[in-house]
Design a protein around this ligand. Structure first.
Ligand code: 5GP
Length: 115
């Protein structure tokens, strides 16, 4: 894993193309997009992984999903999109700050696992 660059982006120590920001969430464009739209939706509060969300944090996690859907509709992804969370080594997770990938802007292939 690489260091938590997302905390640095949230704190303004590193630049990023911001799509949306409020008190709880930051959404940025992925630096290495794999689709015409590739955003990263992250809670500002640091959670490394899903297992770190306690019961009181579940609302924050659900809010990230609602925000994804709201932004997708507002920004014209009317034909759909895909959300992905990579977890752990086998999941290919690189940045240890929980984030949701939002992919869209084209018809995505059905195959989401590459050999
Ligand atoms: P994951 O941890 O879910 O495997 O993926 C991390 C994602 O963060 C990758 O898609 C990668 O391109 C993106 N990423 C890594 N470093 C940066 C960065 O400094 N800025 C931005 N905007 N995206 C980054």
């Amino acid at each position: 894993m690489i260091s938590d660059v997302f905390c640095k982006i949230i704190n303004g120590e590193l630049p990023a193309e911001r799509v949306f920001e409020d008190d709880d969430y930051l959404v940025v464009k992925d630096i290495n997009p794999v689709a015409p739209v590739h955003w990263l939706i992250m809670p500002k509060k640091h959670f490394e992984k899903l297992d770190d969300f306690g019961k009181k944090d579940v609302e924050l996690l659900g809010g990230a999903l609602r925000l994804a859907d709201k932004l997708a509709h507002e920004r014209g992804l009317l034909k759909g999109y895909r959300l992905i969370i990579n977890e752990g080594e086998d999941g290919g997770k690189l940045v240890p700050h929980l984030h949701i990938h939002l992919l869209g802007g084209k018809r995505l292939g059905q195959k989401i696992v590459q050999d």
